[in-house]
Design a protein. Structure first.
Length: 590
């Protein structure tokens, strides 16, 4: 039987991604495109009954580190378990291309240090069937996966490729070096790179302790790369900036100069931290002033819940992981580890000793008891009351907070997890995040999927946003229309993907069907599915009735179908004509 459509989603409440009011209707798909929306007649090879459910565009996560997972896995989990249908890699200027064979371990050490992707995992999982960045894109394109991917050229590997050990010593580039980097960026943009990412912060270090090659580079090197993006009229510039009060004006000044000279969008990492909680009002004011000028588009990239470190006995960090005694225990099977930790003399030593200063600054966060909370085994609370912190609970009980954390880690036979709010939670609430999310100069990101496998599990943020910010919070909530726009269309437009993030004819058929009343985010758990037997944190959700990528269902009732319709997307994208009509966004662009 011949059908009018390949897929027809019937009777759902369509939250189309534009921010406009939702409406009840149908969505028809032919091939990889949406071809009709509203009251649709005709038949389809498959129909999904969406009555009582919401239908949204697929979400777009522009800050991930799936650079390695793209090579060794066909699933970009956890992101694809939370309605994400497009991810961007190459963030923070870290990645695996371009790379000569002699430099492979150097890039592995950079990724291990900055993004907590262990060397045994990358050594076992990377095929290294590339050298140039276009070669890497070809390798990505050869592998099928569940979601679409876009990739930026990472700055640190670019410097190592051009300058060798001089880049690792963080020497300034010569004019010849810069010219060569410009040529390689042209080559990458022509091959489909979405821009370039870099890092300017001192805490980003390799696993051997050295600061990364992109730290401290002369501004002219970066501006010269911006000149190439101006020449090509494409690409986004992503950076991790040193956005402290004392350096804010210098950094925002550099970004403004880059945006004006390149003519391209700049997006940078922004968070509220304990050391500088109050200058955020100045950040928003300055962004509004700067973006009001012609030719400047700077977007602060914000994580929509506390930036969090997960600590426990089965993950990378805990309050005692800097102890020499812990080094002797950390690789024991969990049962033996718990048995040892229950011995009074072991507890006395670990709780009482002075802990070493680590190479990884996140380890120090694992002793921030005033920002540490118990996650529990079921549904986590990411906006807990201050009284629930380990420091406050210990004070109320007349107990040392380190001792209390020790006891909590042993709960559930050592499976209990604690959560440290490292950013966005200075006042023990998310009011700061609410204000930022309502700002037109702020976009969501920083899910860091594919990174920090043993310490962070933040790629689940779309589910948190749809539950906490839309449904469950007792004040300051967003409408479902506002939040879907924030999760889908706004980040897509920022990076030049004008073909997605909207439910409309001619747009990419990447769609979620969600039971919003049932949508639930569960606490992180351990998955042992990385190359070389590596483990990672994973976080599940209930309520995703279907997630569709390019017209194919990749997840049904919160379970992957095994379908791999995801593609490498090369460069900026515009909507396609559907039924002979030109989509409104394309009309505007023309």
């Amino acid at each position: 039987m011949r059908h009018d459509y390949d897929l027809l989603i019937r009777g759902g409440t369509i939250v189309d991604g534009s921010g406009k009011p939702s409406f009840v209707g149908d969505v028809a798909v032919r091939g990889d495109l949406i071809v009709a929306v509203g009251e649709v007649t005709g038949s389809a090879a498959r129909e999904i009954d969406a009555v009582g459910l919401i239908v949204t565009p697929g979400f777009v996560d522009i800050h991930t580190h799936y650079d390695g997972q793209l090579i060794w896995s066909d699933r970009m989990a956890p992101s694809s378990d939370h309605g994400v249908t497009t991810v961007m890699t190459g963030n923070c200027g870290i990645g695996f291309a371009p790379c000569r064979p002699a430099d492979r371990m150097k890039l592995i050490e950079l990724m291990e240090g900055v993004e907590d992707i262990p060397e045994p995992v990358t050594s076992a999982g990377l095929t290294w069937d590339w050298e140039s960045f276009p070669d890497f894109l070809e390798a990505v394109d050869r592998r099928r996966r569940d979601v679409d991917v876009i990739a930026m050229l990472p700055h640190s590997p670019l410097r190592v490729y051009v300058m060798g050990d001089r880049a690792l010593r963080r020497e300034q580039a010569t004019a010849e070096d810069i010219a060569r980097m410009q040529d390689l960026l042209r080559e990458a943009l022509d091959a489909g790179a979405m821009g370039i990412g870099t890092s300017r912060i001192p805490t980003h270090r390799s696993s051997t302790g050295e600061q990364i090659p992109s730290f401290g580079v002369d501004e002219e090197e970066l501006l010269a790369l911006g000149d190439v993006m101006n020449e090509k009229k494409k690409g986004v510039f992503q950076l991790v900036a040193t956005m402290k009060p004392e350096s804010f004006e210098d950094e925002i000044g550099f970004m403004t100069r880059f945006a004006r000279r390149s003519g391209r969008t700049v997006t940078y990492t922004q968070a509220q931290t304990v050391k500088d909680p109050d200058y955020i009002a100045d950040v928003r004011r300055r962004l509004a002033e700067i973006n009001a000028a012609p030719g400047v588009d700077i977007k602060a990239q914000l994580y929509p819940r506390p930036i969090g470190l997960v600590v426990g006995l089965r993950v990378t960090a805990n309050p005692f992981c800097m102890s020499p005694l812990w080094d002797a225990l950390k690789d024991l099977p969990l049962e033996q580890k718990v048995a040892a930790l229950r011995r009074p003399e072991v507890k006395a030593q670990l709780v009482g000793e002075t802990h070493q200063d680590p190479r990884n600054p996140l380890f120090l966060m694992a002793r921030r008891f005033e920002s540490m909370f118990e996650l529990g085994r079921d549904v986590p609370n990411y906006e807990p009351d201050r009284s629930e912190s380990i420091a406050e609970r210990a004070a109320a009980a007349g107990q040392d907070p380190a001792a209390l954390s020790y006891e909590l880690l042993l709960k559930d036979d050592g499976r209990n997890l604690l959560f440290v709010a490292m950013g966005n939670f200075v006042d023990y609430n998310l009011d700061f995040v609410e204000g930022m999310l309502r700002d037109e100069n702020v976009i969501v990101g920083l899910g860091d999927g594919g990174a920090h496998y043993g310490m962070v599990c933040d790629a689940s943020y779309p589910t948190f946003a749809l539950t906490h910010w839309v449904r469950d919070r007792d004040h300051g909530r967003f409408s479902i229309e506002e939040m879907v726009h924030i999760l889908a269309r706004k980040p897509a437009e920022t990076v030049g993907l004008f073909d997605r993030g909207l439910i409309a004819p001619g747009y990419r058929a990447s769609i979620n069907v969600i039971d919003h009343g049932r949508l639930t985010l569960f606490s992180p758990e351990i998955a042992n599915d990385l190359p070389g037997g590596g483990r990672r944190l994973h976080q599940r959700a209930d309520g995703y009735v279907a997630t569709i990528v390019n017209g194919i269902v990749i997840s049904e009732n919160d379970r992957p179908t095994g379908a791999t319709p995801g593609r490498l997307i090369r460069g900026p994208q515009a909507p396609s004509a559907a039924n002979g009509e030109t989509p409104l966004a394309l009309q505007a662009a023309e």
